[in-house]
Design a protein around this ligand. Sequence first.
Ligand code: 13P
Ligand code: SF4
Length: 354
Amino acid sequence: SPSDPDLVERARAAKEKLGDKVFVLGHHYQRDEVIQFADVTGDSFKLARDAAAKPEAEYIVFCGVHFMAESADILTTDDQKVVLPDLAAGCSMADMATAEQVAECWDVLTEAGIAEQVVPVSYMNSSADIKAFTGKHGGTICTSSNAKKALDWAFEQGEKVLFLPDQHLGRNTAVRDLGMSLDDCVVYNPHKPNGGLTVEELRAAKMILWRGHCSVHGRFSLDSVNDVRERIPGVNVLVHPECKHEVVAAADYVGSTEYIIKALEAAPAGSKWAIGTELNLVRRLANRFAPEGKEIVFLDKTVCFCSTMNRIDLPHLVWALESLAEGNLVNRIEVDKETESFAKLALERMLALP
Ligand code: 13P
Ligand code: SF4
């Protein structure tokens, strides 16, 4: 839908008034009305790197979700203030692993006598507390664009990986990229005693997958893939690795949002694509590449926005920018020092991956 011209003008004016004091980052899943004001756009890996790229900016306005804003705070200087235009923009996946649950899980691994062999690898989509746990226990963060490198690194450090909180990214990477079998993976359920696993199962596993998932990508099914192949002969199916294993196994290509964009840029005219990721991005790509004769459709028949990403809308962005322009620091995301130091360790291990 077209943006309200009055709000567009107000956002533009507030941004102009702030000048170099503000740096606006936008994740690919953001609405068009918001993304038009982003100084840089990217997937979560690119944005984690870009956050630190403008140390002279006093305010980083993060158009994305809470865990991304926390990571930006961790990776920027103490003088820089990270602002999330709507504090309700969380992530249901990140919420599936709490610090208490993860500490309890570590106790279970310790009891089973395997904690010393386990290296935690946590997906970017996790709270700063989980990142700090990861750093404390010698592990690394990964994103969907470097999960293979992160797992390769982790298996050089230890024999087993505890992968948090997205079971699908963990399983897909282990099986597709590292050649493991599904039997090498077990799922730890934080709502069951001992994660619902026996000591034998824990000892035999190579990948201990946390029972978390993305509610958006989890909606794509094998039926969605079969349907689209029937509807559009010759279609290329391209999905995000947060999708279920059966969806990823049936797809032609798999990759992060940044990978999806590059694949479509490189695609020949006349090619047809069904994309399994968030709808704001798919619609934007469909519009962008239609003039080049590339047909791009959403993988599923039902609508599939990320509701928390969508909380950041133009009215919230205007409010945040105008408040900052008037000298009112609103919606600051600030990670406490102790958490920050351990979380930073884990994030820096990721940024140092080859
Ligand atoms: P990427 O940005 O790594 O593609 O991850 C997608 C996602 O779900 C972000 O919340
Ligand atoms: Fe979280 Fe999924 Fe939304 Fe990403 S798309 S913010 S993983 S719920």
